[in-house]
Ligand binder design. Sequence first.
Ligand code: CA
Length: 235
Amino acid sequence: MLNTPTRVLLVEDDNRIAGPLTEGLGRYGFAVERVGTGAGALAAAPADLVLLDLGLPDMDGIDVCRELRGAGPVPVIMLTARAGESDRVVGLELGADDYLAKPFSLRELVARIRAVLRRAYAEPVQATAPVTGAVQQLGALTVDRRTRQVRLHGRAVSLSPKEFDLLALLAEDPGAVYSRQQILDQVWEPHYFGPTKTLDVHVAAVRRKLGDPAVIETIRRVGFRLMYGSPGAEV
Ligand code: CA
């Protein structure tokens, strides 16, 4: 499906946001249909991905998300001015694939869109696997890609979306070395050329939250690898 322009349905009532977003996403090659109401979203043609503002004039975005989800498996990224943690939890529990608090950069949004599309369409085996197939056990570490939760010795570890994506990527092949560019391409966006320091910051955060610096090994001048569950690992 990704050979044709990706159809993005933008549900946003604020013209000052919708205008630049439609134009900007168009420059990235997305075909954007914009509607300004929840009713418009539910009546729109099927899209490959929905960008959904939570604060709409006619309906709560949460209800729109629920109805969209009831109609089909389209991936949804919620956009909202409510940056509270509880909204985030509610959004993800309702099946939104990601969540972006305003203000956000176009670059950040495009990175999230690509990541969500990759998860939704480029990995059909994972997408259709039974729920248990999404849970990966690596020694004491559990990675649940469906709920995006990580547990260590049964204890929940709270990771940011990027931290989770980073850990989930390394966990795809425990013990294998992922180059810095590979990680930036997949967790951030293809051909990422921003400051790569951001990668080190996220690696440090994952190590700290897992309480073990050895969990992610730094391969100097190359990249990183996950030590949990890798051959010979004792954890
Ligand atoms: Ca709004």
